[in-house]
Ligand binder design. Structure first.
Ligand code: IPE
Ligand code: IPE
Ligand code: MG
Length: 242
């Protein structure tokens, strides 16, 4: 496979519909989705992808029924405990991004644990976006900037640059996604990495997240390899004609 993206991100959608289609509770769909996370992580590690980020729970998802939220949070705690071996076997470094202040202490502790024990792994970086939204991220960065200015001798009228904002985003140090995959047929960004996806290639598939397997991931990469990323330039400039 040529042109392997450095950072692939996935909006894992369709768990509820997968479960409904089988006459099951929504939570059964979320549980089944854990297997897809494992498959995607293995695929990314095997194919030399540097960063795989997964949108697991949005800021807006806090508006779901309390029973679904609690079920999802328990599932994440279990997944972190159970997937430790897969992460270590595949040399994967784990990171979580989002508003951790809204998560339970148990989950935050599990996250810190797994981040620490995988911190020396030099392979794939797996980033889970939890309690995250793109607008939250940008607002948070701006507030951090104001806070920084207050504590410094520099004057408040220093212009904000893209670079200084990027360094304050929760994704600082992580390259912008090259490819964003969304499953389940929805074609929207749902307040995900708004700043970071400025030049990301989008790939939409009707496959529901619990059905997403390595061959589906490969199809997305093949499509990506055929895309021409122009960043505002002409096709001729990109292909170095003239
Ligand atoms: C994605 O699946 C998982 C989360 C948002 C947590 P959904 O739960 O949104 O599934 P659908 O969209 O209802 O099918
Ligand atoms: C987006 O999925 C969030 C995650 C996949 C975690 P949703 O299913 O919540 O998105 P909308 O609300 O339908 O756009
Ligand atoms: Mg959904």
């Amino acid at each position: 496979m040529s042109k392997i993206p450095k950072h692939v991100s996935i909006i894992m959608d369709g768990n509820g519909r997968w479960a409904r289609g089988r006459g099951l509770e929504r939570l059964a769909g979320h549980k089944a989705g854990v297997e897809s996370v494992r498959a995607a992580t293995e695929f990314a590690a095997e194919n030399g992808i540097g960063y795989l980020s997964l949108f697991a729970f949005s800021e807006e998802n806090w508006n779901r029924p309390q029973s679904e939220i609690s079920g999802l949070m328990e599932l994440m705690i279990d997944a972190i405990i159970n997937e430790r071996t897969t992460l270590m076997d595949n040399n994967v470094r784990f990171r979580a991004v989002g508003d951790m202040s809204r998560l339970s202490k148990t989950l935050v502790d599990k996250i810190s644990d797994i981040e620490a024990s995988t911190s020396l792994n030099g392979g794939l970086v797996l980033i889970i976006f939890l309690s995250y939204s793109g607008r939250w991220d940008i607002i948070n960065a701006v507030n951090k900037y104001i806070e920084k200015l207050r504590g410094s001798v520099a004057s408040m009228d220093q212009p904000v640059t893209a670079e200084c904002l990027e360094n304050l985003l929760s994704t600082a140090g992580i390259p912008d996604p090259d490819l964003l995959i969304r499953t389940s047929g929805e074609q929207r960004i749902s307040n995900y990495m708004l700043w970071q996806c400025a030049y990301t290639e989008f790939y939409f598939t009707d496959v529901l997240w619990p059905d997403f397997r390595k061959n589906d991931f490969k199809r997305a990469l093949d499509t990506y390899a055929d895309r021409e990323r122009r960043y505002g330039k002409t096709g001729d400039q990109i292909n170095k004609i003239n």
